[in-house]
Design a protein around this ligand. Structure first.
Ligand code: AMP
Ligand code: ZN
Length: 144
């Protein structure tokens, strides 16, 4: 895609701090460095978000994650954990619309990165909860 910043990074038209590349996947340091070593893993094929993946592309991209995550942990002292994050859609805070996986190494609990899950389970009856799961399951099984 010609006006995509990540496609331009892959093509070498925009500089990046590359950490990994093969025929299908590219990884580079995120310019914001939420924590030291914050890395983005992207498919070379331009897909907007997870809703445009097929199983083969998912397998290609996600299979590279452990290798890159382990390399970050090994090469930077003090990495005690890692958040792996993938934002899809503006509503989910996606700002670059070439799919990417954030690898955010963690050194301590309070370091400018927070994930906060509110518990809304009391807004569902048990029936509604089960129906919700059944509806998703049925859609998966119907192959849609
Ligand atoms: P998201 O908000 O999930 O779409 O994340 C997009 C990420 O891309 C942000 O964390 C940005 O810091 C990062 N980013 C944008 N432009 C560049 C660039 N030229 N090089 C490296 N990272 C970038
Ligand atoms: Zn792109």
């Amino acid at each position: 895609m010609t006006d995509c910043i990540f496609c331009k990074i892959i093509a070498g038209e925009i500089p990046s701090a590359k950490v990994y590349e093969d025929d299908e996947v590219f990884a580079f340091l995120d310019i914001t460095q939420v924590t030291k070593g914050h890395t983005l893993v992207i498919p070379k094929k331009h897909v907007k978000d997870i809703f445009e993946y097929d199983p083969e592309l998912a397998s290609t991209v996600f299979s590279r994650i452990p290798k890159i995550a382990k390399a970050i942990q090994k090469s930077i002292p003090g990495v005690k954990g890692m958040n792996i994050l993938n934002n899809n859609g503006e509503v989910a805070y996606q700002s670059v619309f070439h799919s990417h996986i954030h690898l955010i190494p963690r050194y301590q609990k309070d370091e400018g990165f927070k994930l906060h899950f509110e518990d809304h389970s009391d807004t569902y009856t048990q029936d509604e909860f089960q129906q919700l799961a059944a509806s998703i399951k049925q859609t998966i099984e119907s192959g849609d």
